[in-house]
Design a protein around this ligand. Structure first.
Ligand code: COA
Length: 386
């Protein structure tokens, strides 16, 4: 079947990450039937797409989603049971069945609004990172319905019953910090760090054995509804099943690299993958994602000048030591540069500040280790941040 032309969804692939943007920003990414059909097909295709190792669900224009489209999903379908059924099936399939059981790791990157029906995908994904100033709301009670489809169920399964009852019954908005406190999301971060923290998490996931990661997430989810005997059996069988088709031969490779080669310590990091994302991909993934507004803003400025970046300075994220000489950077924008070395920094003029991700690099200073970090750059100085 020919691929559907996407109008309400946008997909951008970069460095192993597929960014899937709900794309109706003028409607705060409220989910119409068409959006549901497009999301359902998009996620189906990405699950077997060889380029995609992690899927990030986000909302264009700085809004995650204002929930179901009250006009197009509800009112327009009141007298059209067939249309309503088809839309509801697609809506539930991608927001729950697909995402909850997805073969690849999934992350929700949340900002702006996350309302009502959007809690389904929020609870279905494996990980959720939100901007601190995101507005979350189980608004259904405020406009005359209960949190339907599976919203009441998945929210009750994700957070403690007291919190679920409070927010479902009162329909009070709450922010990202509160969402983190009640366990609805993994982390709340300042909005300007949201993209970088999402990429950071995606890269950590891409460094793990895909077969082991897939089995682990399925196991953690599935044992919740099993008793102890069932769990013993299931986990033993699942552990064996990993070995079938594991291109990394993870168990043997992991042991060999630790016991024989002594090249890593499992307490702190994963073994080195044979099929790791290519270096070039890693470097490419280090920019802001294309769906991000600031990326679009930068790309809109052409031609983009190449500006020199020299020296090293600031605080190294891992060893947290100050590096003597301050970095001297000229210009603003996004790009990547090897740490501390003379490099070229590609940026766009006229932006007050931008964040760039460093590619993996050996420091020229006597720390003797590989570092991966972020730098923020303003007109005349660069500092490290995480
Ligand atoms: N369904 C349909 N349309 C919606 C919508 C939704 N869930 N959420 C926003 N929109 C539309 C608005 O009607 C408006 O359309 P218009 O420009 O044609 O008038 C547009 O999106 C912008 O919304 P607006 O209310 O002007 O933006 P805002 O930033 O001031 O407020 C919200 C955004 C999300 C706080 C507000 O629109 C709202 O409360 N929406 C309802 C959310 C909801 O209850 N969803 C639960 C569904 S299960």
């Amino acid at each position: 079947m020919a691929a559907r032309k996407l109008e309400c969804v946008k997909v951008e692939k970069k460095g192993g990450i597929a960014w899937v943007w709900l794309n109706r920003p003028e409607k705060r990414n409220a989910m119409s039937p068409q959006l549901h059909f497009e999301m359902d097909e998009t996620l189906r295709d990405l699950e077997t797409d060889p380029e995609t190792r992690v899927v990030v669900i986000a909302g264009a224009g700085g809004y995650f989603s204002a929930g179901q489209d009250l006009k197009e999903f509800f009112r327009a379908n009141e007298k059209n049971p067939a249309g309503r059924k088809a839309a509801a099936e697609a809506a539930n399939r991608w927001r729950w069945e697909r995402l909850y059981k997805y073969d690849k790791p999934t992350i929700a990157m949340i900002e702006g609004y996350c309302v009502g029906g959007a809690f389904m995908q929020l609870c279905a994904v494996d990980f959720a990172i939100a901007a601190e100033d995101t507005v979350f709301s189980l608004s259904e009670v405020n406009w005359g319905i209960l949190p339907g489809a599976l919203v009441s169920k998945v929210v009750s399964d994700t957070i403690l019953p007291r919190h679920a009852l409070y927010y479902a019954c009162l329909g009070e908005p709450f922010d990202g910090r509160e969402a983190e406190r009640i366990g609805l999301i993994n982390f709340a971060v300042p909005r300007k760090q949201l993209v970088d923290r999402t990429i950071e998490l995606a890269k950590k996931l891409m460094a793990k054995s895909p077969a082991v990661l897939r089995a682990t997430k399925q196991a953690v989810r599935n044992v919740r509804t099993m008793d102890f005997d069932q769990s013993y059996d299931y986990l033993a069988a699942k552990g064996q099943a990993i070995k079938v088709g594991d291109t990394e031969d993870s168990y043997n490779t992991g042991l060999k690299q630790f016991l024989d080669e002594k090249s890593y310590k499992p307490t702190f990091e994963p073994f080195a993958l044979k099929n790791a994302p290519k270096k070039e991909c890693r470097r490419r993934s280090s920019g802001l994602p294309p769906g991000n507004r600031s990326w679009r803003k930068q790309r809109a400025v052409t031609p983009t000048p190449t500006l020199p970046l020299q020296g090293g300075g600031g605080i190294l994220p891992r060893c947290r030591r100050r590096v003597p000489s301050p970095l001297e950077g000229e210009g603003q924008g996004g790009g990547c540069a090897p740490s501390g070395a003379k490099g070229r920094f590609r940026g766009a003029p006229g932006q007050p500040r931008a964040t760039v991700r460093m590619s993996t690099a050996r420091t020229p200073w006597p720390f003797g280790r590989t570092i991966i970090g972020l730098i923020s750059m303003s007109a005349s100085q660069v500092r490290w941040s995480r």
